[in-house]
Design a protein around this ligand. Sequence first.
Ligand SMILES: *Cc1c(COP(=O)(O)O)cnc(C)c1O
Length: 380
Amino acid sequence: MKFITKSIHAGQKPDVATGATVVPIYQSSTFTFDSFGVNKGYEYTRAGNPTRTALEECVAALENGKYGIAFASGLAAETAILSVLNSGQHVVSMQRIYGGTFRLFEDFFAPRGLQFDYVESLEAKDFEAMIKPETKMIWLETPTNPTLSVVDIEAIVKIAKPKGIWVVVDNTFASPYLQQPLELGADIVIHSTTKYMGGHSDVIGGAAIVNDDFLAEKIHFFQNALGGVPSPFDCWLVLRGLKTLALRMQQHSSNALKIAEILTTHKAVNKVYYPGLPQHPQHQIAKKQMKAFGGMVTIELKGGLPEVETFLKNLKIFALAESLGGVESLANHSATMTHASVPEKMRIDSGITDTVIRLSIGIEDVEDLILDLQRALNSI
Ligand SMILES: *Cc1c(COP(=O)(O)O)cnc(C)c1O
């Protein structure tokens, strides 16, 4: 089956009990046994729930993976994945990762004995140089948040595979419609389904997708043992969002490309980060591993905080808000909002200066979005 067909049908057969065409919200914490020792496959919703199973089968199908494991948030998914490692083991991570991921590494797992090193460059040889005997995982995020750098997944897999190191890809910004890391050889894909997969800014969720039986068993175990599970209603919302993921990603991507092209010519804009622009430093890699370039456009304004404030104040359609990937357009000031927990030097090194603004381009009419941005830029 092709992607959009899977998004509507995978894991979503008519309900066995009632024939309900849409997967019901099984809002029950517990399931009655048929008789002593005999049940229908469900006992207690932390361990498993039919609405969650439907979502898990669907996300696995969309990533072309064998196992999907759903969580209460992207960070809960990351927590379960990192729990597979033992004290003393080592993770090589990209430096340009989501701020909350960095906080989880440094403030939770590092004090408990995991080791982390960060690679500022995007070159496979620089990741290879960081590998030690204790290295068990390489952690990638591509495109990155917020400067939309792209890392070559296949090139990293090539250095990791022979050494038995797992490659994890945070695929939140691309979504499985645009990029499928397992197909490129990665071992674990993680998503914040809060973003494009849910797609409507109304749910927090996460997912891990793997092919390997050992990893699936471990991550499943930690899903139940740590307890970061999504509610049946939240699973249902994400499942509903997935049905239109392909259509939304097409519209997000075409809107974003037009906006990125127009913003490069505006005199108030210093820099535009978008992997779909030919001048983007990793444009060729993005073309190779992505179907289109996604809905995130990051700009750096000329000037300083006063210019940022004027611009944000004059936006009418774009809302000033964290998060991304919903149908509505959002603007985010990275330095004071999403990346406030990243140390200043690391933030600046990663290109997140005080005038960087991340735009989550929604699926509104692109002409309206362009007018809104131009009006706000002209007011500076
Ligand atoms: C939002 C986000 C996360 C964290 O997900 P939550 O659902 O907020 O816990 C992780 N990675 C990326 C790239 C994100 O954008």
